[in-house]
Design a protein around this ligand. Structure first.
Ligand SMILES: Nc1nc2c(ncn2[C@@H]2O[C@H](COP(=O)(O)OP(=O)(O)OP(=O)(O)O)[C@@H](O)[C@H]2O)c(=O)[nH]1
Length: 264
């Protein structure tokens, strides 16, 4: 890993207040009603964060997270107000700033854990932020690696039982996310179809090579990845999507890192 201590990435963890008890009060609620509420909450979160150039991930739905570089405290408060006004639940938010994404999300988690349990009836609409030592005037910097299974349509969707196609994508996602978390302090999340988005520190090309190789060795699944960098997740992610298009057009497996390496 070659992340710079003077670069900072910001992640926000959104947790529904006292959601467990709510799902069974006054008696267990219909599952599809809960699914609908969770999907609506996530859609609204993705919109809110996306309009401000962040990237949102659905996490476990009761815990969602986002890359929020450039989004200030006041704006987080506005999001909490919006949830309260539009839905039957409220949310607490932890915000973490650090030189790596996993560290930032860890800090955000600690902020919420410090003010009471997710199931605590007295914890409501907390907003707590913390920053690790990232030096003076750190640069807002996000690296997005957009991974995609090579020819998922031909090898899985059009060929295999949907149960097995699903399991294959989940297996590849788990190997990828675990490897990136353990080796590169990154946070990776499934975003749909055969796509996984990883938020990483500044990594060199060899790191992505080894990552793709690891997933191939452990699961037999071939990945391609486009990488982008920017001051916001959208800026980095957009670059990553264009780089991934080059992979699809030319057959390269890793795209965008040459430019990244030159920038470092
Ligand atoms: N969230 C998200 N999903 C995508 C994106 N691109 C594709 N998908 C999903 O991935 C599925 C497969 O599309 P592709 O990845 O283009 O298809 P493929 O068969 O793997 O083909 P190649 O990528 O060219 O190897 C689509 O049906 C979408 O569900 C993206 O940028 N974001």
């Amino acid at each position: 890993m070659n992340s710079s201590a003077n670069e900072v990435v910001q992640l926000s963890l959104v947790q529904i207040d006292e959601y467990g008890p709510w799902t069974v009060t006054p008696e267990p609620r219909r599952e599809t009603d809960l699914q609908s509420l969770q999907a609506t909450l996530y859609a609204d979160f993705a919109d809110f964060v996306g309009e401000r150039d962040g990237y949102a991930f659905y996490g476990r739905f009761d815990n969602m997270f986002a890359v929020t570089n450039g989004i200030d405290t006041e704006t987080h408060t506005r999001y909490q107000r919006r949830v309260r006004n539009r839905s039957p639940v409220t949310v607490s938010i932890g915000v973490g700033r650090a030189s790596t994404p996993a560290e930032a999300l860890g800090l955000a988690s600690e902020q919420l854990q410090a003010v009471g349990s997710a199931q605590d009836a007295t914890r409501r609409e907390v907003l707590a932020a913390a920053s690790n030592d990232v030096g003076e005037s750190p640069t807002e910097r996000v690296t997005v690696a957009h991974f995609d299974i090579v020819d998922a349509t031909g090898s899985l969707t059009d060929r295999r039982n949907a149960v097995d196609a699903d399991l294959a994508v989940k297996r590849a996602t788990l190997e990828l996310a675990t490897y990136l978390r353990e080796h590169h302090d990154s946070v990776a999340h499934f975003v749909g179809g055969d796509n996984v988005i990883a938020v990483c520190p500044s990594l060199d090309p060899a790191a992505f090579d080894a990552t793709v190789e690891h997933v191939r060795e452990t699961t037999g699944i071939d990945l391609q990845v486009g990488i982008g960098r920017g001051a916001t997740a959208h800026e980095a992610g957009d670059e990553a999507k264009h780089a991934l298009e080059v992979c699809r057009e030319t057959g390269t497996r890793i795209q965008g890192v040459d430019g990244l390496a030159a920038d470092d």
